[in-house]
Design a protein around this ligand. Structure first.
Ligand code: NAP
Length: 294
């Protein structure tokens, strides 16, 4: 890490489920952090870590050379970054976008930031709150080599950094992974439900699955929640997985891919949300499969 990047203050916008543990990692790595969040109460406790909490996004950006974004989606990013107050501050600053958005959305943002005289990198992450806390996220950077070289040290505070390619390719890699999260979890919930309804003991189902080439570690991670029908205190909420599936479907259409099976998963996610699980863990897909409406 260059000395400048090692000590560069970081404006961190978005202190949600992922933003908070990521900020903790930055602080542990020795970065001064100026945080801002739309809902101020979520940022206030960060003061105990020595984080400076800004009253506005513009106030945070003014105090740093690099801006890290961990916001819900492209609409939120635009609402925060491309306001009249912030736009004029982007010249000469670097923006590192770390949420999950579509490649086309990321490329459009890169263009807007470049037009304003700033530098844009995308660095979406694989892994959830436990990995964010441990600094073991997989960071999929999409950026020009010099820009990544400048900020690789900072990104290393979050986990292992993979250079996916240019802007858009990190976002594409992330969406490719999240399609698997959605499809695998839906498929697991469905097979589990069939086995249960036919009276096959869950242990027998899992024993065979674990011994097979079909097994994925995520199945065991989600099994306990599914069996207990307990989806509160989420690492990754159902509404965010639906967002990512929608993004994948629209990008697939743009690329001429038939993503038919994923449209079925989208229907299950919508049903889980209709059942009241929007802010619950996405393993609530199980309830949609079980058809527990009303
Ligand atoms: N959770 C995970 O496991 C995980 C893992 C990898 C990637 N991601 C991705 O990382 C991003 C953040 O996820 P998260 O789990 O941290 O989500 P979250 O807890 O819902 O946080 C979302 C953040 O975006 C802010 N926000 C949303 N709309 C806004 C708007 N219009 N204006 C200003 N701020 C706005 C929220 O502010 P308020 O607090 O005011 O609502 C909050 O700070 C998402 O793209 C998600 O898909 C999540």
């Amino acid at each position: 890490m260059s000395g400048a990047a090692a000590r560069a203050p970081v404006a961190f916008l978005g202190t949600g489920l992922m933003g908070r543990p990521m900020i903790r990692r930055l602080v542990q790595a020795g970065h001064p952090v100026i945080a801002w969040n739309r809902t101020a109460e979520k940022a206030a406790p960060l003061r105990e870590l020595g984080v400076r909490v800004a009253a506005t996004a513009a106030d945070a950006v003014t105090r740093a050379q690099v801006v890290v974004l961990m916001l819900t989606d492209a609409a939120a990013i635009r609402a925060v970054l491309l306001t009249d107050e912030v736009r004029g501050l982007l010249a000469g600053r670097s923006v590192i976008q770390m949420g999950t958005i579509a490649p086309s959305e990321s490329r459009a943002l890169a263009q807007d930031v470049a037009d304003l005289g700033g530098e844009y990198l995308e660095a979406p992450v694989l892994g959830s709150i436990p990995e964010a806390e441990a600094g073991t996220l997989i960071v999929m950077a999409g950026a020009a080599e010099p820009a990544l070289a400048r900020w690789r040290g900072l990104l290393a505070a979050f986990g292992g950094v993979v250079h996916a390619g240019e802007v858009g390719q990190g976002a594409a890699l992330k969406l490719a992974m999240n399609q698997l999260i959605a499809a695998e979890t839906a498929a697991f919930a469905l097979s589990l439900a069939l086995a249960e309804r036919e009276g096959v003991p869950v242990e027998t189902f899992m024993e065979v699955l674990r011994a097979s080439a079909l097994y994925a570690p995520t199945f065991d991670k989600k099994l306990e929640r599914m069996l207990a029908h307990r989806y509160g205190d989420p690492n990754f909420p159902t509404r965010h997985l639906l967002k990512d599936v929608e993004l994948f479907l629209s990008e697939a259409e743009r690329l001429g891919l038939d993503a038919g099976p994923l449209a079925g998963v989208r229907a299950l996610l919508r049903r889980a949300i209709d059942q009241g699980h929007a802010d619950d863990d996405y393993s609530s897909l199980r309830e949609a499969v079980l058809g527990r409406d009303g």
